[in-house]
Design a protein around this ligand. Structure first.
Ligand SMILES: NC(=O)c1ccc[n+]([C@@H]2O[C@H](COP(=O)([O-])OP(=O)(O)OC[C@H]3O[C@@H](n4cnc5c(N)ncnc54)[C@H](O)[C@@H]3O)[C@@H](O)[C@H]2O)c1
Length: 352
C-alpha cells in the first residue's frame, strides 16, 4: 500500500499495513506544503485554508492568503494554453482579462470559450445562466495596460526566453505590487525569467498548466531561486480554487513533466525518421504496449511541433546533453510550418 500525497509532492513512500499516519514527503519549498494542503483538501484553497489553525508559521500563510484574495487574473497570451487558463478562471468565479497582441488570436479565444461553454450546457455540466456569467467574466484586450487592475498575472505567450524577459519587465511595471507574476513556461528557468523583474523576483513563480487546460488536473508549481514561500502558497491556493491539483517541482530546465516527456516524443520522431515504423504504428505500439492514452507523435501534434522543438532546445542548451537535441525530422517539419493540430498539418493531416 502506498501513502497518499494529498495532491502535492511525490509519493511519501509505502505506508505499512495498519499504520494510520501518513508520512509526508520532504518539504521542497522550505515550508510544510503537505500539512497545509492536506488540511485544505476539498476545493477553494482560500476558504478551506481557514480551517487550519496551528503554528504561527501557518498563521502567517493564512494572513497572506486572506489579505490578497484573487478577484481578477490577467492571462497574457490567448493561444492554446492562455485561452484555456482564462476559461477556467472564469468558470471558477474569477474575472479574467485575456491579453494578446494578435486580434485574430483574441477572436479565436473568444470563439473557443463560447464553444466549450455551450458544449458544457448541452452536456448538462452547467446551466445556461452559469455559461452567461462565465462569458461575462472574460474581457478581451490587446494590451497589458488595459488589464492593469488584475491582482494576478499568468503569462502564457510564445516559449521564447527573449519574449518572456520583455513581457516580465512590462508585467512588473504594469500590475500592482501584491500581484503574483506567474509563467506557464514549459521549460524556461523561472530564476532566469524573474531576473527581468528586478526586486519583484520573489513574486515570480512557475504555474505550469497542461493541455487541454479545462480537462487536465495537474498544475506543476515551480519555485525559482528568489520565489517567496508566500508566493508558492498563494499559487497552490489559486490552483486548487481553479479545481486543479498542484504538485511542486524545482527549477531545472523542463522541470519534471517535460524533462521526462519531451525526450520520449523526440525519440519517437527519430524512430520514424530511421524507418523503424510509420507514425500510426509507433503510436499504436506505445498505446497498446505502454498503456498511453495517446501515442507520442499524436501528442506532439496536439502540443504543437514548434512548442516541442522549442522545449527540446531549452533542455539542450540548459542541460548540455546531446540527447536533448531535437530530431532532424522534427526540425524539418517545424521549418515547413507543419506545426500539428493548430496549423492543420503536423505528423498527421488535421485539415479535414
Ligand atoms: N501547447 C502546450 O501543450 C503547452 C502546455 C503547457 C505549457 N505550454 C507553454 O505555454 C506557453 C504558451 O504556449 P501555447 O501552446 O499556448 O502557444 P501558442 O502559440 O498557441 O500561443 C502563444 C500566444 O502568445 C501570443 N503572444 C506572443 N507574444 C506576445 C506578447 N508580447 N504579448 C501578448 N501575447 C503574445 C501569441 O499571439 C499567441 O496567441 C508557452 O510557454 C508553452 O511552452 C504549452
Amino acid at each position: 500500500m502506498h501513502g497518499r500525497t494529498a495532491g502535492l509532492g511525490p509519493s511519501p513512500g509505502p505506508v505499512l499495513a495498519g499504520e494510520t499516519t501518513v508520512r509526508h514527503p520532504e518539504p521542497s519549498f522550505g515550508f510544510p506544503v503537505a500539512d497545509w494542503s492536506e488540511n485544505s483538501l476539498g476545493g477553494n484553497g482560500i476558504r478551506s485554508a481557514v480551517r487550519i489553525s496551528t503554528s504561527p508559521f501557518q498563521s502567517r500563510f493564512l494572513e497572506v492568503l486572506m489579505s490578497h484574495e484573487v478577484n481578477s487574473v490577467a492571462v497574457i497570451g490567448a493561444g492554446t494554453m492562455g485561452s484555456g487558463i482564462a476559461l477556467i478562471a472564469a468558470t471558477s468565479g474569477i474575472d479574467a482579462f485575456q491579453v494578446d497582441v494578435s486580434p485574430e488570436q483574441l477572436e479565436r479565444a473568444k470563439g473557443y470559450h463560447a464553444k466549450v461553454l455551450a458544449r458544457n450546457v448541452e452536456k448538462e455540466r452547467m446551466t445556461e445562466g452559469e455559461m452567461v456569467a462565465a462569458l461575462a467574466r472574460i474581457t478581451y484586450v490587446d494590451s497589458m495596460d488595459a488589464a492593469k487592475s488584475a491582482d494576478w498575472a499568468v503569462e502564457a505567450a510564445t516559449e521564447n526566453p527573449e519574449i518572456k524577459a520583455k513581457l516580465f519587465a512590462t508585467m512588473r511595471a504594469t500590475f500592482p505590487d501584491h500581484a503574483v507574476l506567474a509563467t506557464n513556461t514549459s521549460s524556461i528557468s523561472i530564476t532566469q525569467i524573474a531576473t527581468a523583474t528586478g526586486d519583484a523576483a520573489d513574486r515570480v513563480v512557475g504555474m505550469h498548466f497542461f493541455n487541454p487546460v479545462p480537462v487536465m488536473k495537474l498544475v506543476e508549481v515551480i519555485k525559482g531561486l528568489a520565489t517567496s514561500d508566500e508566493t508558492v502558497a498563494r499559487t497552490v491556493a489559486l490552483a486548487e480554487r481553479m479545481g486543479k491539483t498542484p504538485i511542486p517541482a524545482n527549477d531545472r530546465a523542463g522541470f519534471v513533466s517535460n524533462r521526462v516527456l519531451m525526450p520520449l516524443i523526440n525519440e519517437a520522431f527519430c524512430a520514424w525518421m530511421e524507418g523503424v515504423a510509420e507514425p500510426e504504428a509507433i503510436d499504436e505500439i506505445m498505446k497498446l504496449g505502454c498503456n498511453f492514452p495517446m501515442g507520442p507523435l499524436r501528442l506532439a501534434d496536439f502540443i504543437g511541433l514548434d512548442v516541442c522543438h522549442d522545449i527540446m532546445m531549452v533542455l539542450y542548451r540548459e542541460l548540455g546533453d546531446q540527447k536533448f537535441f531535437p530530431c532532424p525530422l522534427l526540425r524539418q517539419l517545424v521549418t515547413a510550418g507543419r506545426l500539428g493540430d493548430k496549423s492543420g498539418q503536423g505528423v498527421y493531416d488535421h485539415s479535414r
